[in-house]
Design a protein around this ligand. Structure first.
Ligand SMILES: *Cc1c(COP(=O)(O)O)cnc(C)c1O
Length: 422
């Protein structure tokens, strides 16, 4: 399998998965996408997560230096449960938050870290985070030699718990608090990647969902969950997916296009509704970021939209079952309250967008995607429900090591910081 860039020309040579992973972003600024999407036979898949991962990802690593390491990479990535739990009447919830930093991003970040480990290169991972990516990436790369991690996050736009999880890793992780929004962080990262000198000097690589090494492993849990649902209910599952940068939902879309039993895919956004506007008007416009309760989805210009538009332009897939809906902060609050009333447990504000949309649409045969543990957002949950929902003890222990971050306001300060620290 080869990969080409969304901004590339048809005649440009395609690259291998190792190269796509190491570059992160393509030289002319595009994002890597597979040259084609293989069709799978669902009967070839069993029920074991690690085995499903090996089989599904095998095609994407064919004839690559990483191919021989894929079983080990899968074994080291899929170390925690990703359970699909029934709620009632054909509604189920896919819990993606049982990893080391309690959000779905642990899956992609661990897969990426384990892949890069086998490529034996010196690398600096530079990543912008709206809260959960940074900690997942820090945790995933923390124990890997030769790799430095630099994390940019927006000041005052993440929870205290998230901040602790970004600053508790020590040695090879540099945490940087940016005076601005997530989009400001993301533009600084993009600027650094366009800066050839910086890329060369520090061997910069990205661990944002612009890196294809994060998107492919995420498709694995959609493969597993859709098969499990289909075998149990003899029906295709509809998925509602909390969406920000569109990395998680794009993985689901890819899984659907490759023949797995997925019906509708509804992208749930918060008030940042560029994607919803796009589905309405068929014209994509980036917007300024709005602050909401579902902070990890506060993205005005979702980077994976580019991959979706490319899919539309170059493949002949029927995308009519993909749609998007946005949810206000009030609806998020109501959703958390309603879910607690019906199912006696808390959901995080992101997951709440999915439940709000299920309620609004009355969609049946549905899997709600739970992207983070509610304990990561203690203030929001206790404001709305008046209860404390603790995280698992091992995460609380790690958080005790939190330290002070570096602070910057612009790109020049980032350049200087890297000069001094790397
Ligand atoms: C990152 C994140 C999202 C959004 O995922 P994208 O891949 O950026 O669309 C949703 N919920 C939580 C908890 C997240 O951390």
């Amino acid at each position: 399998m080869k990969y080409h860039s969304t901004q590339g020309k048809r005649e440009d040579p395609a690259v291998s998965i190792s190269q796509a992973i190491l570059e992160g972003i393509a030289p002319e600024g595009g994002l890597y996408v597979p040259k084609f999407f293989p069709a799978y036979c669902v009967n070839d898949f069993g029920t074991n997560l690690e085995k499903i991962a090996e089989k599904f990802l095998g095609t994407f690593f064919l004839n690559d230096p990483l191919e021989e390491h894929l079983p080990e990479i899968c074994k080291d990535t899929f170390t925690f449960d990703i359970p699909l739990k029934p709620l009632d009447n054909g509604i189920e919830i896919l819990e993606l938050f049982h990893g080391p930093t309690a959000a779905f991003k642990d899956v992609g970040a661990r897969f990426l870290a384990n892949s890069i480990k086998h490529l034996n290169t010196k690398t600096t991972i530079l990543v912008a985070t709206s809260g959960d990516t940074g900690s997942a990436v820090a945790a995933a790369f923390n124990s890997i030699d030769n790799i430095q991690v630099v994390i940019l996050y927006p000041k005052d736009r993440i929870s205290i718990t998230q901040k602790k999880l970004l600053t508790c890793w020590g040695e090879n992780v540099i945490s940087v608090e940016v005076n601005g929004s997530f989009d400001d962080c993301q533009s600084m990262v993009k600027k650094a990647f366009r800066d050839e000198e910086m890329v060369k000097e520090y061997h910069l690589n990205s661990a944002n969902s612009i890196n294809i090494g994060r998107l492919l492993p995420q498709a694995v849990y959609y493969v597993k969950a859709s098969l499990e649902y289909f075998r149990k209910h003899k029906k295709y599952a509809n998925f509602i997916i909390p969406t920000g940068n569109m990395g998680n939902s794009l993985s689901a879309i890819w899984a659907k296009l490759m023949g797995f039993p997925i019906g509708q895919i509804v992208l749930a956004t918060n008030a940042n509704d560029s994607i919803v506007q796009y589905f309405k008007e068929n014209i994509y416009r980036a917007n300024n970021t709005r602050e909401t309760l579902a902070t990890a989805m506060d993205v005005g210009n979702p980077s994976n939209m580019e991959r979706f538009l490319n899919l539309k332009a170059f493949f002949n897939f029927d995308l009519s079952e993909i749609s998007a809906q946005s949810v206000t902060d009030d609806e998020i609050r109501q959703s958390i309250t309603q879910f607690y009333k019906e199912y006696k447990r808390a959901i995080c504000p992101h997951t709440a967008t999915a439940f709000a949309i299920q309620q609004k649409l009355g969609l049946e045969d549905v899997i709600l995607v739970a992207t983070a543990h509610p304990g990561k957002f203690p203030n929001t949950i206790s404001d709305i429900l008046g209860i404390d929902v603790p995280l698992e003890k091992d995460i609380l222990d790690v958080m005790k090591k939190a330290t002070d971050p570096h602070e910057i306001s612009n790109y020049e300060e980032l350049v200087n910081l890297l000069k001094n620290k790397l």
